[in-house]
Design a protein around this ligand. Sequence first.
Ligand SMILES: Cc1cc2nc3c(=O)[nH]c(=O)nc-3n(C[C@H](O)[C@H](O)[C@H](O)COP(=O)(O)OP(=O)(O)OC[C@H]3O[C@@H](n4cnc5c(N)ncnc54)[C@H](O)[C@@H]3O)c2cc1C
Length: 497
Amino acid sequence: MLVVGAGPSGLFSAVELARHGVRSRLVERAVRPHRQARATALQPATLEILSQAEVLDKILAASEHLGFARVFDLNLRPLAEMAFAGSGCQWEYQCSLPQWHTERILTERLLALGGGVERGLAAVSVEPRDDGVLVTLKRADGTVERSEASWVIGAGGAHSVTRASMAEELAGQTYPGTALAADVRVSCGLPRDGSALIAGAEGYVMLAPLPDKRWVAFVGDLDQREVDLLAHDRSVGAVAECVERRVGPGLQVVDVAWAAPFRMHRRLVARLAGDRRFLLGDAGHLSSPFGGEGLNSGLHDAHNLAWKLALDLRGRSHPGLLASFESERLEANRHVLEVSERLHQLAHDAVESARTGVRPPPPTPAQVAALVRSRSMLDVSYADSSLVGEYVGPGHGAAPLPGPGDRYPGRTALAGTNHHLLLFGGADDAGVTRLRERWRGLVDVADGTTEPEHAGLDSSAAVLVRPDGYIGFRAVPADAAGIEALDAHLASYLVPA
Ligand SMILES: Cc1cc2nc3c(=O)[nH]c(=O)nc-3n(C[C@H](O)[C@H](O)[C@H](O)COP(=O)(O)OP(=O)(O)OC[C@H]3O[C@@H](n4cnc5c(N)ncnc54)[C@H](O)[C@@H]3O)c2cc1C
């Protein structure tokens, strides 16, 4: 198993594989880790999967916790506020942390699990063979190694060599204009418990607190003169000039640790898998940073793939399990692009509103709640996946949400890497005993009523939670027919003991 690229997606992929008992080789072109803030937001749903990977404590300790997203006018008076509270997650805030810190924490976890990163080693070609993949690796000193891998996980970012080998295109659009991302210290009275979008007629600046009293700043729609200036000058003066032109002197940049002009994209490949190769993260999709989901969605790709690959390698799954990675993550990443697009548009609407003086009608509470869940990434659902099913017995109506395909709200309390079968309110004992035997080593059976989350079920029901914490199957009631349907569902993609 070879993972190309030790950015967040590749690192988390190696961590997750190791957690599921699979050793992988992780190669990284860069000789040394970078020290750039880049993508700083870790969303609530991502905190859940980081908790499953046992790195959350370090992330929580190192990061700022942002419970709000606010819009301000040029006098830094709040115009609108969106709270993460009520989103239905144990951590109802974003963690804000420079990307290099996130990568450092993931690297430490990988080392603790017995893995590591081979640095100064670039994959220069990836060629599928009959029963594996031949990868040519080039060291920083120019020496070349040929490596046979059973599978290749392409996590090499936007210019992925794995994607090129699949002749896949990141299809979509590049947003007009160039933006500036910077890790700065600013003097301002903005609250540090949330992000701040400051919009004026000249454009916007978005700020989010970082540890050590720093901020990550986005400056939108640079003009050509600013692009030319920043091409050779990323000093405090140059960054301050771009910021102050948009928001005036109320916000003063006093220090710049890192600054980079960049283009924003909305792009997705048509295939995330092919001939023993997978694409994760930026290798497969690019979204506007306004969503703050680019890095996050790469972690969710890795989380979705690892348990499937591990079961395949153990010979405990049918091909449909691994195939579901592509269909599930393509759909989820399409949703990420839509949410990011909506947030990108809201920022530009705020500028338009500052220009025209016309304020759009405020969103309804229901619209705000839906947006909070979307940007928290808690609304990802695999309901249309072939790995998801439901049994509803005669005389039983629709059970409450969350339903099959949705995230199980109590997933972080479910220990280990197996499927979990949670039983609520009485089940067919003989059927459960048979099922427990048949799926030994793959499915842990537990009394769901002792779980902190009951999935809203008080009467007889069985809920199968997949290793990634999504509901794979629900039987209502958990009678003989319901348990039999659940068994047939498991047999559609797993191999019994
Ligand atoms: C300058 C900059 C600013 C950004 N700002 C933001 C932001 O403000 N907000 C936001 O949401 N996102 C931002 N991003 C994007 C965000 O960083 C990515 O979404 C995220 O890093 C994706 O993680 P990844 O692991 O998929 O890819 P990457 O982080 O790109 O990691 C890919 C890794 O693979 C390595 N690699 C590439 N090719 C090879 C090869 N052939 N062999 C071996 N190794 C290879 C690279 O060196 C790199 O370490 C920014 C990116 C950059 C570069």
